[in-house]
Design a protein around this ligand. Sequence first.
Ligand code: SF4
Length: 283
Amino acid sequence: MNYIKIFDPWKNPLCTCPLKYSLNPYTGCSFSCIYCYISSFIKDPFSVIIKKDIIKKIRKDVDKIDKNIYVSLSNSSDPYPYIEEKLNITREILKIFRDEGIKTLIITKSDLVLRDIDILKEMKVAVSITITTFNEIYKILEPYAPTPDRRLNALKKLKENGIKTSIRIDPIIPFVNDDINEIEGIIETVHNFCDQVIVSTLKLRPDSIKRFQEKLPDIYKKSYYKEKIRGNLYLDKNYRYKIICNIYNLTKKYDLDFSSCREGFKELNTNICDGSGHIKNSV
Ligand code: SF4
């Protein structure tokens, strides 16, 4: 296949995703998050490259894929970089998926997803929006991404239009956005507009360590990075378990589904870890 591939979590033993396809409409992302891991495998990660003949090739891929398996869009580069506003590549792909009845999970930080509500309403789809914080520190963490308020607005509008949604608090970073009262504030703010909370703690790779050390040197020094799993530097397991249990308890309070991503605490998940459990089976 050309661009739709079986999702490969780099054999991370802590990944609990079901079998799914992965599609990145673009290579590279314009949002430049300091924690982003695409810089470990894309040469010029924060410039967006258009894939050759993408629409033509996606049509060919769609003929070959198993239609019972959903497509996750995107697991690395965001499907709504700024250039998408002009190019409509993601929009064209969604139209193909709609016409073919392909189950789709969209993961994004962009409210440009709202432009495509007309298509989403006719799709077997769920949308996951990442909000790591409403604090001003988002300007350092995610300097060029749409603001958290715009992402919140996207969640609200999606919900108003009957689209199933989840929120990703990902990554949780010690001394940055791990205050449980602040996290409760996020959940309280979004709980009427989403069905699931997905969390993941910071996992660094050599390239993101460099950016992190540059932008938040004191925080990097204070944090408790312990073990390396498949090339990712993980935080201390006790820290991860404690914060994830605390958030799990909050989601019970607000009657939301819960899951964690690549953490190894599957027993706490109340739905599929990536939010795909909310994909509509019919439209
Ligand atoms: S939005 Fe996602 S892909 Fe884009 S820079 Fe941020 S973490 Fe990377």
